[in-house]
Design a protein around this ligand. Structure first.
Ligand code: HAM
Length: 423
């Protein structure tokens, strides 16, 4: 017996912390992705891809305890393998480069837009599935590679209409922390834990106490905090600033509170931060990781990159009023006045599509007024009604639904008219 008639209705809600993309959402998603892709390609980055499934092994003890222990979706498959839905793309990138290290011309400039999964408490800017642009460069260790990676992130925001005052590039360097840990005698075994705590500093009420709990006592904690505050920049970061400035990028600030949560960073780390009070968030984050590829054996390979999320990007664009108006899928709806005109309408639609116009045909058989109202609801800009008059004359009246303006033209002038009106 099919189990359909228990009377219980299925919920239409999506799984907690993930999104459905209705056509308007998908439209904005695509708008964002297209700009990301275009800017990556302007910098010569090649697109790659991989499965969302990875062996759980790839992440264990290698990236961030918080993410691995508390935030991964991990399950055992039917063949008893432990599988993880990727919580980030960097280990996959490193694995793929390591697998073909001999064949891949270096430096490798690669990008992908991938969905990643983290079991987080859903809140503004944080979901359980998000799409993340990953831009990484492997096999280059100069300050120019660091500057280029930052320039890509910066270029994406600028390409969507942002100005430098809308966001800042907050940069620091893991080597500042290494020097600090040496100077304040923090045991190597504690360092990753302290770094992760520093990354969450703004969210912790009594930071000094939390730090003391790791390093042993409050005097030591106070000493560390004071030492960190004393570092305002380094020669390397000033060199980076100079290189960015050569590229016309002038909104970098050194911020030693940027530490980043992942253990694998070894050098420059950065985040793009919204400067609006209404959206105090990182839009993207990344940095240099020169040792991650060692995990796969073979030679060390320097790498640098960043991840930029779609959720934080959309919040940023909304905050600064940078989202374009929704453009519906059809430029024109061809409506049918009487059943004898259906064939003619279908043909006209095909002719217009050949000229690259997007066309939907209304074969509902409803009254013409209802058909036009339907087009209006879908925000389709033009309608053409086909009846006996149009069939006989071969001339069509194109109505602009926003202005009410009408113009009567032969078939081969319609597309051109619509394109010039839409601009
Ligand atoms: P991440 O800082 O964890 O870095 O993530 C990068 C960006 O992804 C964040 O700035 C944010 O825009 C977005 N993001 C992260 N978690 C969530 C979430 N739960 N919901 C919505 N958006 C989120 C990384 O993942 C590194 N693997 C980036 C990287 C690439 N480093 C080097 N290469």
């Amino acid at each position: 017996m099919p189990r359909m008639s228990t009377g219980e209705k299925l919920s239409t809600e999506s799984y907690k912390g993930v999104r459905d993309f209705y056509p308007e959402d998908q439209f904005y998603q695509r708008y964002i992705f297209e700009h990301m892709e275009r800017v990556c390609e302007l910098f010569g980055y090649e697109e790659y891809g991989a499965s969302v499934l990875e062996p759980a092994e790839l992440y264990k003890n290698k990236t961030s305890d918080e993410i691995i222990n508390e935030q991964t979706y991990t399950f055992t498959d039917r063949g008893n393998r432990e599988v993880t839905l990727r919580p980030e793309m960097t280990p996959t990138f490193a694995r793929m480069i390591a697998a073909r290290l001999r064949d891949i011309p270096l430096p490798a400039r690669w990008y992908t837009i991938a969905n990643v999964f983290r079991y987080e408490r859903p809140q503004r800017g944080r979901l359980r599935e998000h799409w993340q642009l990953n831009v990484d460069c492997a096999g280059a260790d100069s300050v120019y590679a660091d500057a280029e990676i930052i320039a890509v992130a910066h270029g994406i925001l600028i390409s969507m209409g942002a100005e430098e005052r809308d966001f800042e590039i907050r940069v620091s360097d893991r080597r500042i922390l290494d020097a600090l840990y040496d100077a304040t005698n923090i045991a190597p075994s504690m360092r990753a834990q302290v770094t992760r705590l520093l990354d969450r500093r703004a969210k912790i009420d009594d930071f000094e106490q939390a730090l003391a709990a790791i390093v042993g006592d409050i005097t030591h904690a106070t000493h560390i905090i004071r030492e960190l505050a004393r570092t305002t920049s380094t020669a390397y970061l000033e060199d980076l600033r100079a290189k960015l400035s050569l590229m016309g990028i002038n909104n970098m600030v050194v911020d030693t509170s940027i530490t980043r949560g992942f253990d694998y960073y070894t050098g420059m780390v950065f985040e793009l931060f919204d400067t609006s009070e209404a959206n105090r968030r990182a839009i993207c984050g990344g940095g240099r990781y020169d040792n991650l590829l060692n995990l796969f054996g073979g030679d060390a390979l320097p790498a640098v990159g960043f991840g930029m999320g779609d959720v934080t990007m959309r919040d940023f664009l909304e905050t600064h009023n940078l989202l374009p108006a929704y453009t519906p899928a059809s430029e024109v709806m061809v409506c049918v006045v009487d059943q004898d005109s259906v064939g003619h309408a279908l043909q006209l639609a095909q002719d217009l599509r050949r000229e690259d116009a997007t066309v939907s045909v209304n074969v509902s058989g409803k009254k013409i007024g209802d058909q036009i109202r339907h087009a209006d609801k879908l925000k389709i800009p033009f309608v053409i009604a086909i009846g006996s008059k149009e069939r006989e004359s071969g001339r069509y009246t194109i109505k602009n639904l926003a202005t009410g303006a009408e113009i009567t033209l032969p078939a081969d002038r319609i597309a051109e008219h619509m394109f010039s009106t839409l601009g």
